[in-house]
Design a protein around this ligand. Structure first.
Ligand code: NAP
Length: 472
């Protein structure tokens, strides 16, 4: 019940009449049982500064920022998260005792929705349509993730796309191509595309018959993401699905960015499933969210979860949190190796060398793979040996904890020197060499770069739901 201690959050924009944010956030607040409330405020551009001062004066805990204020609001804030600064747009403000900090959760929300669909953007050829606010965040996310991007924008606003590409090249160091959005260029780029991202408002209600891409350019093998979420299934998505493409609705990004914002305000794990259901129910009144296609259940006898990833990905910390949440015993492969050898990993490397360590690691992997019902944190080198993965896969769903290079370097350099890096090996080269092994071995991939350990564990549990043996 709302009382004198209730913390207020909300969204500012113009218009905000159709926003799904209050529905999603208030359902999440009820689910978490916390003393918060969320409202929508229609704020005209001329009142933007006054509304932010009002936030400070009234002690409003958090605001989401939507069209048309995401860029202009920056000037009224005290601090910017580095990602929001690079993107140049804010969609979430956190008020810490009068100090206002701006974040951008659109970029991470977009990447999470790709990740949830099992799409890995690194090295993929991406066609990005549009150069507006949404394209900015999504372009940044893709460039940071290592995609090869071509931006297509309508002729009169082509300079906007050139500015965006220059920003991406400057901040992320990636090469970005810009073209006019027309039939000839679309045909050329779609022939090579692996991911098509519609970041324009084409197809948004009420113009539901519009699409920026002719049907005949959509072919199986392409993943199609549409930022538009009203309607839930846009014409582009319907046509893409009919042509055999994998499709992802903008609603997934909307829900993910909202969940990340709620986590920033409350410090709590957002109930993603409840928020998605609330959003879908609002788009399709009366469905209670049942119009979401439930993922197909995969029959399996596997009962272990094996976590793989580079050092610093959080395998041990996430493994412990996951084991606690799932009520399963936790096993750390490095600890098993140490037990077998009677000395620390560092000492094995120093006194016996890496080949002896790998041999012990292989034996420990075989041992643990014979057990059931465990959460296993694997050493970073385990997936390099195909025999290890074959053994693990017999009893385990393999989860790859993916982390950006920058974040890995930050995490690894703040801890003790890792045995593998003790002789001055270059970490970036090592990451590049190992990443394909992690990707190939993974049944599930979770990006851990910007989310808490608890949140990673929750996401793994959510994704395990598609396996029969992990359904509760
Ligand atoms: P914006 O800044 O106004 O940009 C709109 C972009 O769409 C511009 O590049 C515009 O090109 C282009 N465009 C509009 N109609 C077009 C058409 N018929 N054909 C080709 N290009 C067209 O808006 P925004 O903030 O980027 O939002 C775009 C859409 O994304 C909206 O539908 C919004 O609701 C949605 N959105 C979704 C999420 C989510 O979480 N799913 C988040 C943010 C935004 P011109 O400059 O040439 O007009």
């Amino acid at each position: 019940m709302i009382n004198a201690g209730t913390k207020l959050c909300g969204v500012i924009g113009d218009p905000v009449k159709h926003t799904l944010s209050p529905v999603m956030h208030n359902r999440a607040i009820a689910e978490l049982g916390i003393d918060y409330a969320y409202l929508a405020f229609n704020v005209k551009t001329t009142n933007l500064g006054a509304s932010i001062e009002g936030m400070r004066a009234l002690g409003i805990r958090g605001l989401n920022v939507t069209i048309p204020h995401k860029v202009a609001v920056v000037q009224f804030l005290d601090e910017l998260d580095p990602l929001a600064r690079d993107i140049g747009a804010v969609n979430t403000i956190v008020n810490d005792e009068g100090k206002l900090k701006g974040y951008n959760t659109d970029a991470a929300g977009f990447l999470q929705s790709l990740d949830a669909a099992g799409f890995e953007p690194m090295g993929k050829k991406v066609v990005l349509l549009g150069a507006g606010g949404a394209a900015r965040a999504m372009g940044f996310a893709l460039a940071q993730a290592g995609s090869l991007i071509t931006i297509l924008n309508r002729k009169p606003t082509l300079p906007q796309a050139v500015i965006l590409s220059n920003n991406l090249e400057r901040t992320c160091g990636s090469k970005v191509t810009v073209m006019e959005l027309n039939a000839t260029n679309l045909k050329t780029v779609m022939a090579e595309a692996e991911l098509l991202v519609n970041a324009t408002s084409a197809g948004m209600e009420p113009a539901v018959d519009e699409t920026a891409v002719p049907t005949d350019l959509l072919k199986p093998g392409i993943t199609v993401f549409d930022v538009v979420y009203t309607p839930y299934e846009t014409r582009l998505l319907k046509e893409a699905a009919a042509r055999g493409c994998q499709v992802i609705s903008g609603l997934e990004m909307l829900v993910s960015q909202a969940a990340l914002a709620l986590e920033l305000w409350t410090g709590m794990q957002a109930p993603l499933g409840v928020m998605r259901e609330a959003a879908i129910s609002a788009v399709y009144p009366g469905t209670g969210g049942t119009s979401v296609k439930t993922p197909e259940i995969e029959k399996t006898e596997k009962t272990n979860v094996a976590l793989v990833g580079f050092m610093g990905a959080g395998k041990t910390a996430v493994g412990k949190a996951l084991a606690r949440k799932m009520g399963k015993p936790f096993a750390d492969l490095d600890a098993l190796v140490e037990k077998k050898a009677g000395k620390s990993v560092a000492r094995i490397f120093k006194e016996d060398g890496e080949p002896v360590f790998r041999k012990l690691e292989k034996a420990s992997t075989t041992d643990i793979a014979c057990k059931s019902g465990r959460v296993i944190a694997c050493g970073g080198g385990v997936p390099l040996d195909p025999a290890n993965i074959t053994a693990l896969k017999q009893s385990s769903v393999v989860v790859y904890l993916k982390t950006s290079n920058t974040e890995i370097i930050k995490r690894v350099s703040s801890g003790p020197v890792r045995p593998l890096l003790a002789d001055g090996k270059d970490i970036t080269t090592l990451i590049a060499a190992r990443t394909p092994f992690y990707e190939q071995s993974a049944d599930i991939t979770i990006d851990t770069t910007r989310i808490t350990i608890e949140c990673v564990a929750e996401k793994i549990i959510e994704r395990l739901g598609k396996y029969e043996s992990f359904r509760f």
